[in-house]
Design a protein around this ligand. Structure first.
Ligand code: NAD
Ligand code: UDP
Length: 347
């Protein structure tokens, strides 16, 4: 018994785990802006579990403290309530920055379009300045919206897009495009190590029930027995990536030894119409709800599907969770959220 224990104990991974250090890597200090949001909170959780020191920066505009509540007691986790529109001071060294701060749901980013634009542009400048001062590597959460309403499908990174500068979505799309430019220029002028992830529609647990994007809307409506709101004729397409796949892609991109600035699409290339999505949600939940058709929002892209050849080649990454499986996991999450909302408050 003793001998076996010793052998196990001296295994590097056991030593690392016992010391709460990341396995096979040095312990890093990682800043995650937007860390209380849907994607950021899961990223923070994985990084904290791997033993890294995580500084979560969020203004809590669309993020929720409940997303990071399980991390609050961990010694290697710190939360800072801060708006990235303002410069950020971090005491001590920083190795990596994931810049995810920005409302992502159209109804949310349209509440205050000027602040959304500032979040992307000033936020990028402030975080790039932090990366420059710290010698840190920085990843930008860009978006498939840089392609606008695309004229080609699937969209490769070389496609420069078809974006309206003056419309309700422009604050988000153009803000994200400007941020990519800043990342490019901080690399070219200052040698900052940058990564640009063009994230395609991603869904999963920790999305807010009132987020307003299509997956959470449809699932919440089905669970509450309300009609599913299909915008337009429902024939527009999206390609949905499950959260865990997305975060694995972002982490692979941050770690990849890329010497140059190269935006990389991270998404799931399986494409569905919104009508197909609605029927999947109805089947999955067994809901009797019906579909109601609402006006298509202005500038709503007709199609969207990533070409992920780069991610496959340079990151050896590709999504593995099907839409059916991801929807089942996400539905289970929202069912729990509803139970919590209905739970009697004990006083
Ligand atoms: P989310 O709204 O759940 O998370 C965004 C987080 O950023 C929230 O916690 C919010 O409070 C915070 N935030 C917003 N403005 C801020 C500011 N000025 N200062 C500090 N914090 C601020 O959305 P998400 O889906 O988790 O998106 C995360 C990032 O990924 C965003 O940058 C988004 O644009 C990008 N992205 C997401 C998707 C997707 O499908 N989920 C697609 C493309 C790009
Ligand atoms: N959509 C819909 N019903 C909803 C919310 C959205 O039919 O309740 C449509 C929307 O018009 C768009 C697609 O679903 O065509 C994806 O919308 P979402 O807001 O999730 O993301 P984005 O438009 O930014 O890709």
């Amino acid at each position: 018994g003793d001998v076996k224990l010793k052998l196990i104990d001296s295994h590097p991974s056991c030593v690392a785990l016992a010391q709460n250090r990341p396995i096979g890597a040095k312990r890093k200090t990682v800043v995650v802006t937007g860390g209380a949001g849907f994607l950021g909170s899961y990223l923070c959780t994985l990084l904290v579990d791997a033993g890294h020191i995580v500084i979560c920066v969020d203004d809590l505009s669309t993020g929720r403290m409940s997303n990071i509540a399980p991390l609050q007691g961990r010694v290697n986790f710190t939360f800072m309530q801060h708006d990235v529109v303002n410069p950020l001071d971090v005491s001590g060294p920083v190795d990596e920055i994931f810049n995810l701060a920005c409302p992502a749901s159209p109804p949310k980013y349209q509440i205050d379009p000027i602040h959304t634009f500032k979040t992307s542009v000033f936020g990028a400048i402030n975080m790039l300045d932090l990366a420059l001062a710290q010698g840190a590597r920085i990843l930008q959460a860009s978006t498939s919206e840089v392609y606008g309403d695309p004229e080609i499908s699937p969209q490769p990174e070389s496609y420069t897009g078809s974006v309206n500068t003056v419309g309700p979505r422009s604050c988000y799309d153009e803000g994200k495009r400007a941020a990519e430019t800043l990342f490019h220029d901080y690399h070219a002028r200052h040698g900052v190590e940058v990564r640009i992830a063009r994230i395609f529609n991603t869904y999963g647990p920790n999305m807010s029930p009132d987020d307003g994007r299509v997956v959470s809307n449809f699932i919440m409506q089905a669970l509450l027995g309300e009609d599913l709101t299909v915008y337009g004729d429902g024939m527009q397409t999206r390609s949905f990536c499950y959260r865990d796949d997305q975060i694995a892609g972002l982490m692979a991109l941050m770690a990849a030894p890329l010497g140059t600035v190269m935006p990389i699409n991270i998404g799931n290339p399986e494409e569905f119409t919104m009508l197909e999505l609605a029927h999947k949600v109805l089947n999955l939940t067994g809901s009797e709800a019906r579909l109601v058709f609402r006006d298509l929002p202005v500038d709503d892209p007709r199609q969207r599907r990533p070409d992920i050849s780069f991610a496959k080649r340079y990151l050896e990454w590709q999504p593995v969770v099907s839409l059916d499986e991801g929807l089942a996991r996400t539905t289970a999450y929202f069912q729990n959220e509803l139970l919590d909302m209905k739970a009697p408050v004990l006083v």
